[in-house]
Design a protein. Structure first.
Lengths: 1103, 380
């Protein structure tokens, strides 16, 4: 038996091990840990362990119930982990599958001797090694001791020392001020005089300056290393950043395997990675990051992660080698030679995958979702998700990846900078933002040289030359089609003929360089169509069938290739697939049996569509896999469980674009497509796919359309006699004004075609209305905006359910803590509802029945309501699975996704009636915000969604679960002090209901003037602070006198928001817990009644 | 990627790969416009094309790179006067007959590259085809026991028969199996030379030696005498022997095996056999060799050390292997392939003879077994 002796000493079966998760998704620690965590669970269960999972991330696949696992939805902090250890008496704990959160927690448990106390062993890499990877000084020491080069840096406090240090290091150097965040006071000095000049001013703001060797422009390269307890060591994959050193690797475009280094460099870095893993006694997986000089063979070790990471998830998807799964086996004592490569099933797991394709990761930023955030990229990660493209050349993958991440069919030819001046374009090249790759493209389109772009971006010429090549193709194609006199209209037949002029070989070349039919159509239109005529995406799609038909006629079709880890050296039955035009032979043959069911995944994680939709996709594809239905999934997000090839019968790691989905449908000859489980992204394809005669399972196209089209939906509600907030669809400013005159302020403004409330705002007065309208830019018949009455002080309620042929199968009501006005994706939710009258619930369920009938729904749905004084109004209905499906499924014990699958599979389903009052516990779902990661972002919560993740916690009553959920989303009990500003008079009165709980915490209370006066009048001791005179509110925070900020806006007007914005930003910067919503504050402070009781509980509730 | 006129008016010269099983692949002619014939082999390493192409073990073969992007870093600078530091080159010229790739990069921006892969191939009269679905081609080769191919295009020159000794046997437009011939005269040096300086002297039998073997010995402070394959071993004075890697069937090497047995194995001096050298040494010891289905040509062959109970990643390039059941009793199995359990290394039970099927000198590929060189030098 290979396994560690103590694990299996007396009683082989059912040894308990604790596996820590990573908690809520946040920037820098996202869905990748659901992938690694769920792989670990699978690997451990296979070995007969009982796995105790501690992770409050309720939407993860990892926290699904299972036969040999117990799930605790508790914060991953030493206090709760200790409690659970006490209850479960596990034999060991595994730290390396839950990101930084889990690592930190185990390090702390070890330091405090908790693990020793309960005789719990740490499996995998031991704590002393983990500490070396976390502590900069220990790391540098260790690296030096094994002759691994690390960049020198010195902390200095005089100009003289600074110059001395710089001399030792060698110019250019980078300076960093020690006490500022986000790169303030950072400068690149090429000479001593430059350094001197800068540093003199720098010392006026910061007493200490860090002088570091500048690695700006160096290549950034990573290796994923796997090592077992016997010492067998391999590297799974190497990866290279398109963006050179200076941009966080999470924000970089990354190619795997490395493309611009030679064999000598590769093996030099690989040797060092193996040496480091061996000397750090890694057991499991680790990742080593390097900076490599592009001009010679110099390199430095930047950092190591002695755990599974975002990169390891990416490497697993890039190579097909399931790193986390194998690492979990290693952690319990197997060595690599005892394990098989799961992709081939026959060859050894001691194997370095060989690729015969190239992969490219592109991050997804949602910077426009955050108020005031800087768009420049740097050492601080800002992206919220990523995609990965697989292809057989670089042009193909960059075009594919950019289509995937931007959810369009444009690739790199998306004309972002067409109207930018040359100066602005140059600035964009020099100071990278999330759009730099498009700026590079535009520069080439304008005839700039490789040298010009390379000098400004430092991006390797190998990458740049491919982008230049694409630009040249576009220019040449444009020239080929250019007409003397532009056309007034274009038909798809003309497109067919136009591309017939291009030879078959050239057309094939265009496709293999990653051009979509849509792009080719657009280039033709640009060359021929009168520039005054603007066609929308739908019209261009229709035209693009001209290209598609021509291609099909000429036999220019994508081929399917397997990812098999061996580059075909051994035959495999791998079901991990991608499509490419750079090839002539498909590894799998076209299906003829009309058996497969295709689930469309959710694409990149982003604000508004995250883990929860991957959970739904995974539930769907595994359901059909278990039903022996030939389950196929399409997705392009490497962080997900749905792109683990074991959850479906065939995984197409591909674009979720109309063209590509149709290609796959052609190949699969599928029985049907499921588009309602992956969130809005696949849902948007339903209309087009139906029009192309694709069988969409679940809701009909008409149902989806009637639910999504405000006009149709509203008419239906009127017919059914269901109330809704007054609204209008405005095509001009005049329309808006007319409507506002009629119903008065406040009003909710919502542009058309929005996801998660982009540019959605509440206007309280004319001034803010004008401001918000100005943000929307385009209001016209093509782009109408919806204005509706905004009801103040109303409760928001949701209902999740599944319908079958217009009948409700199951529906459950979820209560929001916050009043209407907070985006449902950001709101705190509770189930079963605590404060809704039974009557209201009945009214809602009745409305749900009517709407389901009216829309003839047939599948999963979600509806949102507002209720005030027993008055219920419908806000919207989504004819698809919702964000709260995993939450409601896990708390109620009924898997909504599974029921939806049954309906879509035409199985017989009975109505499920559930008595919510019999659920023995309460679940609270709370949102996680990543403001601390986003320099300059205002952490205020409103109608536009801003959270990056969520947790769901269980307690025996509401107070318990509320406290747990808040702790799990980094709202921590104040220890130093609390800063209050409690909003309007009305809010101040309400706040008095819970103020005693605040004072019971026995920490100093600070308040802004109005709030302070209010409290003092009622006999409370309070320290007054001011906006702009001493003592200033911001100083109190900066000095660390408070660690908790309650900041309620008077209203949602622009002025009010801006006033408070400074306090909130500073609070975020200094790591304070911050609450900005009155109802949430009230619920939280009230819950402190049960704080002591919760802390002393002896039985934690598990799923 | 300079622009010269509209891409859509440009025509590329077509080239064809014709295979002995009747299949034909069409692609673009790259490198020299020469028609060649050879044995079809593939390598799944993702980097190290210049090392592979100059590796004499590939003599007579048309090499298919399974990785889709070849030529990215151009060709490492070749410092003619000092081949010891011309890393990236394993011999003085390209030894493959031709190469087949999916995409070839036509420029070079690497700091250690002066010319592009295509330019280099043109200079050395080596043809290639790009635009081939190499994944598919690899599968075809994998599933055929023996496959030979021809690179041809309209108006291409015939290969110069003086380029390598063995070409003299070839008829144009024929599929030729190089393993039918003794390839030693084509790859071995003609006159003995001495390289490096040190207290220990190693005689390297050049069966098509990769320069990195010599580099590593010199780096370990050894004097290396490189010997022609057909020299009289009895006259050689040295502290140890290395029998190098090389091309072809180990049984098709004239009287080399016999002479190894008589002079080298009988001398009781330390011996290291690498790749073909390992096979020759094994034959000399009385073991048998066999032809593998498609051989091992990659950077990721796992080899398991039986005495240490640990495995290493190794670089390999061979078609023939030692038959496990033929290993003589005085020899023990040292390494085994973790994928197919084939013999990867042998050790004499009493004498200082060691031999490995894989390449401890790597280049290209992982350096994980470079310690074998240390071990050998320590035996001297």
């Amino acid at each position: 038996m290979p396994v560690l002796d103590f694990l299996f000493s007396e009683n082989y079966k059912k040894k308990k091990v604790v596996l820590l998760g990573s908690g809520a998704l946040s920037i820098g620690q996202a869905g990748e840990f659901d992938y690694s965590g769920s792989q670990a669970v699978k690997a451990l269960e296979e070995e007969g362990f009982e796995v105790i999972i501690i992770n409050p991330n309720i939407a993860s696949v990892q926290t699904n119930k299972g036969v040999n696992r117990k799930v605790y939805l508790y914060p991953v902090v030493p206090f709760w982990v200790e409690k659970i250890i006490k209850i479960e008496k596990p034999i060991a704990i595994i730290p390396s599958f839950g990101g930084q959160t889990s690592l930190n927690c185990v390090i702390e448990l070890e330091k405090n001797n908790i693990l020793k106390k309960y005789n719990v062993k740490v499996l995998g890499t031991q704590v002393d090694s983990l500490e070396i990877s976390e502590d900069r000084d220990l790391f540098v020491q260790k690296m030096r001791s094994i002759d691994a080069p690390v960049a020198q840096s010195y902390t200095v406090s005089t100009v003289k020392d600074a110059l001395l240090a710089a001399k030792k290091i060698g110019y250019p150097v980078i300076t960093r001020s020690a006490f500022t965040l986000g790169g303030l006071g950072s400068c690149l000095a090429k000479t001593a005089s430059e350094l001197k000049k800068f540093i003199q001013t720098a010392f006026t703001t910061s007493p200490q300056i860090l002088i570091e060797k500048s690695l700006h422009g160096w290549k950034e390269i990573e290796y994923e290393v796997m090592r077992d307890i016997a010492g067998n060591t391999i590297t799974i994959c190497n990866m290279e950043n398109f963006d050179p050193m200076g941009i966080h690797t999470g924000d970089s475009i990354v190619v795997a395997p490395c493309q611009t280094i030679n064999n000598i460099e590769n093996n030099m870095l690989r040797d060092m990675a193996i040496k480091i893993a061996q000397n750090m006694h890694i057991v499991g997986e680790c990742n080593v990051q390097y900076a490599l000089n592009p001009k010679n063979y110099d390199f430095y070790v930047i950092e190591i992660n002695a755990r599974l990471s975002r990169s390891s998830a990416l490497a697993s998807k890039a190579t097909g080698y399931p790193i986390a799964y194998i690492a979990a086996k290693i952690v319990v004592g197997f060595n690599l030679l005892e394990l098989k490569n799961p992709v081939t099933g026959t060859t050894s797991a001691f194997y370095e995958p060989s690729l015969d394709y190239v992969t490219l990761k592109v991050p997804r930023w949602d910077l426009n979702k955050f108020n005031g955030v800087s768009k420049y990229l740097g050492p601080q990660m800002k992206s919220v998700g990523e995609v990965m493209a697989i292809g057989r050349n670089f042009c193909e993958v960059i075009q594919k990846a950019l289509r995937m991440v931007n959810e369009n069919e444009d690739g790199i030819t998306l004309n972002v900078f067409t109207s930018a001046s040359d100066e602005n374009l140059e600035k964009e090249l020099l100071l990278p933002t999330n759009l730099r790759v498009f700026a590079i493209y535009e520069a080439f389109r304008r005839g700039k040289t490789l040298k010009y772009v390379h000098e400004r971006t430092k991006v390797d010429c190998w990458f740049l030359s491919h982008i230049l090549y694409i630009a040249n193709i576009e220019i040449d194609l444009f020239d080929l089609f250019k007409l003397e006199k532009s056309k007034k209209s274009v038909t798809s037949c003309e497109l067919y003929d136009a591309y017939r002029q291009v030879s078959r070989d050239h057309l094939h070349c265009l496709k293999s360089q990653g051009f979509s039919d849509f792009q080719l159509t657009k280039i033709y239109l640009l060359a021929c169509l009168n520039s005054k005529i603007k066609l929308n995406a739908k019209e261009i799609h229709k035209l693009s069938f001209g290209v598609r038909n021509l291609r099909k006629k000429l036999g220019i079709l994508p081929v399917v290739k397997q990812i098999d880890t061996t580059s075909s050296e051994y035959p495999t039955k791998s079901n991990y697939l991608y499509l490419t035009y750079d090839g002539i032979h498909s590894d799998i043959s076209t299906k003829k049996n009309k058996k497969s069911i295709i689930t469309l995944g959710s694409g990149s994680y982003r604000i508004g569509s995250s883990l929860e939709f991957d959970w739904c996709s995974v539930m769907t594809s595994s359901y059909f896999k278990n039903k022996k239905n030939d389950s196929v999934i399409i997705n392009c997000n490497p962080e997900t469980v749905s792109t683990d090839y074991s959850v479906s019968d065939r995984l197409y790691f591909e674009e979720l674009s109309f063209e590509r989905v149709l290609d796959i449908i052609d190949i699969e000859n599928s029985k049907g497509v499921i588009a309602c489980m992956g969130g809005q992204n696949p849902n948007n394809l339903i209309q087009q796919l139906s029009e192309s005669k694709v069988n969409i399972l679940g809701h009909s196209k008409e149902s989806v359309e009637s639910a999504e089209d405000r006009e149709k939906f509203s008419v239906m509600l009127d017919e059914l006699g269901i109330d809704q907030p007054e609204w209008t669809s405005a095509v001009s400013i005049l329309d808006v004004e007319k409507f506002v005159k009629k119903i008065g302020f406040p009003v909710l403004i919502r542009p058309s075609f929005v996801l998660s409330g982009t540019l959605m705002n509440v206007a309280n007065n004319q001034q803010s209305l004008n401001y918000y309208l100005s943000l929307i830019k385009n209001i016209s018949t093509d782009f109408p905006i919806v204005i509706s009455k905004f009801i103040l002080g109303a409760k928001e309620i949701e209902c999740d359910g599944v319908a079958c042929d217009g009948e409700v199968i199951i529906s459950l009501v979820i209560e929001h803590i916050e009043n209407a006005g907070v985006h449902s994706g950001d709101a705190t939710m509770v189930f079963p509802p605590q404060k809704i009258y039974t009557h209201t619930v009945n009214v809602i369920k009745d409305i749900v029945r009517k709407i389901v009938k009216g829309l003839d729904l047939n599948g999963p749905f979600n509806m949102q309501f507002i209720a005030k004084d027993n008055d219920v109004k419908v806000i919207e209905c989504n004819a698809r699975a919702s964000r709260s499906f995993p939450f409601i499924s896990k708390i109620s014990g009924i898997n909504f996704a599974k029921i939806a699958c049954k309906v879509m599979n035409n199985e017989k389903v009975k109505k499920i009636l559930i008595d919510e009052s019999e659920i023995p516990y309460v679940g609270v779902k709370a949102s996680m915000f990543s403001f601390q990661r986003l320099d300059g972002a205002d952490p205020v919560v409103g109608v536009e969604m801003a959270s990056t993740g969520e947790v769901g916690c269980l307690g025996k009553n509401f107070d318990h679960s509320m406290l747990l959920a808040m702790e799990a989303t980094q709202i921590k009990k104040p220890k130093k002090g609390v800063l209050l500003s409690t909003g309007r008079e009305k809010d101040k009165i309400k706040f008095m209901e819970v103020v005693d709980n605040l004072y019971k915490l026995k920490v100093p209370i600070y308040a802004t003037k109005g709030s302070a006066r209010y409290l003092e009048k009622r006999g409370y001791k309070v320290n007054t602070v001011h906006w702009n005179r001493n003592p200033r509110a911001v100083d109190i925070i900066a000095k660390g006198n408070v660690d908790f900020v309650i900041n309620i806006n008077k209203n949602l007007s622009v002025d009010e928001l801006n006033n408070n914005s400074n306090i909130r930003k500073i609070a975020v910067k200094y790591g304070c817990s911050i609450l900005t919503n009155l109802e949430k504050v009230m619920a939280y402070l009230r819950a402190y009644d049960s704080y002591d009781e919760l802390q002393s509980i002896e039985n934690c509730i598990s799923l | 990627m300079m622009r010269d006129g509209n891409i859509f008016n440009r025509k590329y010269k077509k080239a064809y790969l014709k295979l002995s099983n009747g299949m034909s692949f069409e692609g673009n002619a790259v490198g020299a416009d020469v028609s060649v014939s050879g044995e079809m082999v593939f390598n799944t390493g993702m980097l190290g094309y210049s090392e592979a192409m100059t590796d004499p073990s590939y003599l007579g073969q048309i090499l298919v790179f399974s990785f889709c992007l070849i030529g990215n870093y151009g060709v490492p600078v070749f410092k003619n006067k000092n081949f010891l530091i011309s890393k990236g080159h394993e011999s003085s010229s390209i030894k493959t007959q031709g190469i087949i790739v999916s995409n070839i990069y036509s420029s070079c921006y690497h700091h250690n590259g002066k010319i592009s892969l295509e330019e280099w191939m043109k200079n050395q009269e080596v043809p290639g085809i790009s635009g081939i679905d190499t994944r598919y081609l690899v599968q075809v080769i994998r599933d055929c026991k023996n496959l030979w191919g021809r690179i041809c295009s309209d108006g291409a020159k015939m290969q110069n028969k003086n380029k390598f000794e063995f070409l003299k046997n070839f008829k144009y437009n024929e599929y030729i199996d190089p393993s039918k011939y003794n390839l030693m005269p084509s790859v071995s040096i003609k006159k003995r030379i001495t390289l490096g300086r040190g207290s220990k002297k190693i005689a390297v039998v050049d069966c098509g030696v990769k320069w990195n073997i010599i580099r590593m010995l010199v780096e370990r402070n050894c004097e290396v005498e490189l010997l022609p394959w057909d020299i009289d071993f009895s006259k050689i004075k040295c502290d140890g022997w290395v029998i190098s890697n090389g091309p072809g069937d180990p049984r098709n090497t004239g009287d080399l095996v016999k002479r190894i047995k008589e002079y080298i194995l009988n001398s009781d001096k330390p011996v290291l056999g690498i790749c073909l050298g390992h096979q020759l040494l094994s034959l000399a010891s009385g073991a048998e060799t066999k032809r593998l289905n498609h051989g091992h040509r990659s950077h990721n062959q796992p080899v398991f050390s039986l005495p240490e109970k640990i495995a290493y990643m190794s670089s390999q390039n061979h078609r023939y292997a030692v038959e496990k059941k033929s290993i003589q009793p005085e020899w023990e199995l040292w390494f085994e392939n973790a994928n197919d359990n084939s013999v990867e290394g042998l050790k004499h039970r009493t004498k200082p003879f060691i031999s490995v099927q894989f390449h401890p000198e790597a280049s290209s590929g992982p350096n994980d077994t470079s310690w074998i060189m240390d071990k050998f030098v320590a035996l001297l």
